[in-house]
Design a protein around this ligand. Structure first.
Ligand code: AQP
Length: 340
């Protein structure tokens, strides 16, 4: 029986599909940094293979990958303490993904809400990659025998599928090889919503730039976007109970809570009764204060793309050292002959 590792190892990734948003920052990046700073082993990846499951212009993909890497580092990811790389530089991800494509069932993938949302009505025209996306995501995680995965709330279903794939593989081959991962979905902003529609997730690929705050937005843009953010006519409620059914109001208060590291109860008791115009002014100040330094550092790092490429290549080498032996052992378990 081949045993799986038990010590804590964290893996997560972000698609380089455009500017990183405040949603990516609060739902993922901020947690990534906290976990790194707590001393746990951390592996963070720019998942460019996932990005191409929908059409990406090649030049824009390279720029977005470098910009996302700069965004990670500007947010506090230190390549000396975390492994930081882009997925396509480590072929082990694709190799394990193929095996997982043969473990995962069509029915499991067909139930994924992200596929249904992204494929929309024209499913016949969606790429096969978009359908198989969660099997590649399982490979990203399990190729490192990662045990914990910090993500925003929207990725919960994919992580459940990762658990199902690990369990089925272990059962089918009668091994205890792949760990059954634990999602880390914590904090007050696990689902940051669009500034234009409080029922829709804030997303890099939303056609409206006014729907999101990008990590590259300057203070004027941030101010304009918050000022124009949709709200209702009632004032800030005195307690979180007053936010029921008020999606846009709840979103702005949750953003404030996450940016200031306070609970939603503290925010409603501080601002309860005040008009949203007043609250938005304070939120703008806070957002500019927290995002401004990240933007400045991101812009500084982007001036040296060769250095970003060097960091990603070095991260890929470190990642390969962990992932290759796991793929080799997987091949052995499955019965594939090989000498590497
Ligand atoms: N709005 C959000 N609130 C909280 N967390 C979020 N995340 C994304 N949007 C929000 C988290 O960020 C990580 C990386 O996500 P991704 O880029 O790989 O894919 P996504 O979830 O599909 O993000 P987008 O912005 O919506 O990308 P596009 O528009 O390209 O599809 C994940 O941990 C995610 O939960």
């Amino acid at each position: 029986m081949v045993a799986c590792r038990r010590s804590k190892r964290v893996f997560s990734g972000i698609q380089p599909t455009g500017n990183l948003t405040l949603g990516n920052y609060l739902g993922a990046l901020k947690r990534f940094v906290e976990i790194q700073d707590s001393g746990v082993e951390t592996i963070y990846c720019l998942v460019d293979l996932h990005a191409i499951t929908t059409w990406q212009n090649p030049a824009e993909l390279s720029d977005a990958t470098r910009e996302a890497a700069a965004g990670f580092m500007a947010s506090g990811i230190d390549p000396a303490r975390s492994i930081l790389f882009n997925q396509s530089q480590v072929p082990a991800h694709s190799e394990l993904a193929w095996i997982f494509n043969c473990v995962a069932r069509m029915g499991w993938l067909g139930r994924m809400t992200q596929f249904k949302d992204k494929a929309g009505k024209n499913r016949e025209n969606a790429s096969v990659g978009l359908f198989a996306y969660p099997a590649l995501m399982a490979a990203d995680i399990l190729v490192y025998h990662a045990t914990h995965v910090p993500v925003g709330d929207d990725q919960k279903q994919h992580l459940e599928l990762t658990r199902d794939i690990a369990i089925k593989f272990n059962n089918d081959f009668e091994v205890d090889f792949f760990p059954v991962i634990e999602p880390i979905i914590e904090g007050t902003a696990t689902r940051v919503m669009s500034l234009r529609d409080g029922t829709k997730k804030m997303s890099k690929s939303d056609p409206s730039d006014m729907s999101r705050i990008n990590l590259t937005d300057d203070s004027n843009k941030i101010a304009a976007k918050i000022r124009k953010a949709k709200t209702d006519s009632a004032p800030v409620p005195e307690s979180p109970d007053g936010l029921v059914g008020r999606h846009e109001a709840a979103n702005l208060l949750h953003i404030f809570a996450a940016l200031s590291d306070q609970s939603i109860e503290t925010i409603t008791s501080e601002f309860g009764g005040r008009m949203f115009s007043e609250f938005k002014a304070v939120l703008t100040e806070l957002a500019v204060d927290r995002i401004g330094p990240v933007t400045a550092e991101l812009n500084r790092l982007m001036k040296d793309p060769a250095e970003i490429d060097r960091i990603l290549a070095s991260g890929a080498e470190q990642a390969t050292l962990i992932a290759e032996p796991i793929v080799r052992q997987t091949h052995d378990i499955v019965g594939m002959i090989g000498s590497r």
